[in-house]
Design a protein around this ligand. Structure first.
Ligand SMILES: Nc1ncnc2c1ncn2[C@@H]1O[C@H](COP(=O)(O)OP(=O)(O)OP(=O)(O)O)[C@@H](O)[C@H]1O
Length: 637
């Protein structure tokens, strides 16, 4: 064994011992509870962190504690870089957290700008955490790293893993963008958008923990399968306090499914105008003066003064709920001035009493009534005509009409309820929201997010070419407008880390026919295969392809049009390595081996060409296309 490797293994042993000490200390802190930890929340957080760390260690007792090392100019110490900081008893770092400012050079130093680095070392590990070797880059000229290439070529099994060891410079720039900066990443399939978003969340939590602990960080994904796939990345990076949800889960409780026509109308931004009209249509007009008995006095505010007051508040365009309280306090002010003119000196208790008096409450209920968002939406949907006049056509009004005795809500209804709630009161803002597959959000869904990031920032991730919803965005400019961050810069990622070169070439041919202008993918990976398999018997052809795929390593997916799923599932073996899924659920996921079934049927689905582009770009190593019908022209060879 080389001296270098012996030295590195000794460093690893020291780091393991130090980590064990740190864990003992943390365990003690949690055991001693609130007093030591400061407050209950901190104690709970620590407890959760500890449980996660302990779980990780139990699963990977001798896991890799560092993946890189930086040597700066002579005389400077060397720094090992890993997933979490490990310090010795004297406070010296044995491993520096990958998010620390110092570690930036690990990702960004190049022959052109060495950032003071003389050597960048990468480590090779065997499965059980055995340090097997390392590779040094001296940065005199840019060289391709074998360890980096191996990591990128590795077959995929199970859920998504972190990429801290191999973040690329253009990805790192996005990961380390400032908290106050919202960014939009237009990334071709497999360029690492999701990875970048998750690592950015972890980076921001490390750099701005106190600020973000107030609002929190939210990751929004397209569906529960996708969330399950990405769910272990942040905990593996030591971040357990990030909510990871779908938008439907955030709004909660949808129990109905709308017709397609109804859904499309409900997601249209004109609904926002209608809802505002319906809400502010609830304001009343003063028809009589306000009279407030107060001991020996009866204070009076004329209709004209009331109308002026309403108008004044309306001009200030406050949120509806704020407007109601503003009306109450200005009414009290008017009454107070009358009392002062009579020589009285009204205090705070008096003001509160007037504000809560029956005549003032009755007047408020008439002029600026309290509104429950679900009631307003149900009423509007039962009879859209008044609010929709001049906004929706008769057919559109009919599409959204709610039957009289219906209870429960669809996902689109809940977006409308949230819109009304947001007009009444500003919801709490997250410190940062990562929005994945953002091209698929409707304008109304974007507004849900905009409201929750009014005082925070966004990382918007997506690919216009992969838009498959009826309302999918065709430009980032308008989508960012709906998301409330119109001036966020749009950065393109084009280096594809997932899809093999041959598959990228095929998918790029389809890309050229889509109705969006986005840069094509450039494949980083050469290895991998593409097979086009014509067949007279679709099920038989798929079964044969699956059998061959299961003989190799890695995960396998069969992706088909929804109508074919039941038949295919019945014809294929049941094993945890095989997933059979409809094209619409493939977004964001990846498998080592993908069998795409009958592309012509997928292309015939709504937004079919975009859907086909998504499914063709899920394979890490091998893509089989099994078909009976002719292939759609762009991919027909
Ligand atoms: N720098 C990197 N080093 C190693 N692997 C990477 C790197 N960047 C991305 N990957 C891997 O490439 C694959 C695709 O990444 P990811 O899912 O984040 O891409 P995406 O742009 O979100 O794709 P899609 O558009 O299909 O949703 C993942 O397996 C990810 O781990």
């Amino acid at each position: 064994m080389s001296d270098g490797l012996t030295e590195e293994r000794a460093h690893l042993a020291a780091a393991r011992a130090a980590l064990a000490r740190m864990l003992d200390t943390a365990r003690l802190r949690v055991a001693t509870g609130a007093q030591v930890a400061g407050d209950r929340y901190t104690a709970e957080t620590l407890g959760r962190m500890l449980r996660t760390q302990a779980k990780e260690l139990a699963e990977e007792p001798a896991g890799p504690l560092f993946f890189g090392r930086l040597t700066f100019d002579p005389g400077e110490p060397r720094y090992h870089i890993g997933r979490r900081h490990i310090g010795d008893t004297g406070g010296q770092p044995l491993v520096v957290d990958w998010r620390a400012p110092l570690a930036r050079a690990f990702y960004r130093a190049s022959a052109r700008d060495r950032m003071g680095v003389t050597t960048r070392r990468r480590y090779g590990w065997a499965g059980a955490g055995e340090l097997t070797g390392y590779e040094d880059e001296h940065l005199e000229h840019d060289t391709a790293s074998r360890l980096l290439a191996d990591e990128i070529e590795r077959p995929r099994v199970g859920p998504m893993r972190d990429i801290v060891a191999t973040i690329q410079p253009e990805q790192d720039e996005l990961v380390r963008a400032d908290l106050d900066e919202s960014v939009c990443v237009q990334g071709a399939p497999g360029t690492g958008k999701t990875a970048v978003g998750l690592h950015r969340a972890a980076y921001l939590l490390y750099s701005h923990r106190a600020r973000l602990s107030r609002g929190g960080v939210l990751v929004l994904g397209p569906n529960p399968a996708f969330l399950a796939y990405i769910s272990s990345v942040l905990p593996a990076l030591g971040e357990v306090d990030v909510s990871q949800r779908t938008l439907d889960q955030l709004l909660g409780g949808a129990s109905l499914v709308d017709s397609d026509e109804s859904t499309v109308v409900k997601h249209d931004p004109r609904m926002a105008t209608m809802l505002a009209r319906a809400l502010y249509g609830r304001l009343g007009e003063p028809t009589e003066p306000l009279v407030v008995p107060d001991g020996a006095y009866r204070w009076r505010v004329s209709e004209v003064a009331l109308a002026r007051l309403m108008d004044e508040i309306w001009q200030e365009s406050p949120r509806y709920g704020v407007g109601r309280e503003r009306l109450r306090s200005r009414l009290v002010d008017l009454v107070r001035r009358q009392a002062e003119r009579r020589g009285l000196v009204p205090g705070e208790a008096w003001a509160r009493q007037i504000g809560r008096s029956q005549p003032v409450r009755d007047l408020l209920d008439r002029l600026w009534p309290r509104v429950r968002p679900p009631d307003l939406v149900a009423r509007l949907l039962r009879d859209p005509s008044a609010a929709a006049d001049g906004i929706l056509s008769d057919a559109e009004q009919e599409a959204i009409r709610r039957p009289p005795r219906r209870t429960g809500w669809s996902a689109a209804d809940l977006v409308l309820v949230d819109e009304v709630a947001g007009l009444i009161e500003q919801p709490a803002s997250f410190g940062h929201i990562v929005v994945d597959e953002a091209q698929d959000l409707s304008p109304m869904e974007c507004r849900v997010i905009a409201r929750r990031s009014a005082h925070g920032s966004l990382t918007v991730l997506g690919d216009l070419a992969q838009g498959t919803t009826p309302w999918a965005a065709t430009s980032w400019e308008s989508q960012l407008g709906h998301l409330g961050k119109p001036s966020a810069p749009v950065v393109a990622l084009t280096a594809g880390f997932r899809v093999p070169g041959a598959v990228v070439t095929l998918a790029n041919r389809l890309l050229a026919t889509l109705d969006v202008a986005v840069p094509p993918t450039r494949a980083v990976r050469d290895a991998g295969s593409l097979r086009v398999l014509p067949s007279d018997d679709l099920c038989g052809g798929v079964a044969a392809a699956v059998k061959a795929a299961l003989d190799l390593d890695g995960s396998v997916a069969v992706i088909a049009a929804p109508s074919a799923i039941a038949t295919l599932s019945a014809a294929l073996p049941v094993t945890p390595r095989l997933t059979v899924l409809p094209a619409g659920l493939a977004k964001g996921l990846e498998y080592d081996h993908v069998v795409v079934v009958e592309p012509a049927d997928i292309a015939a689905e709504p937004r079919g060409p975009h859907l086909l582009y998504v499914v063709l770009t899920r394979a890490v190593s091998r893509l089989d296309i099994v078909h009976c019908r002719p292939l759609p022209p762009p991919i027909a060879g």
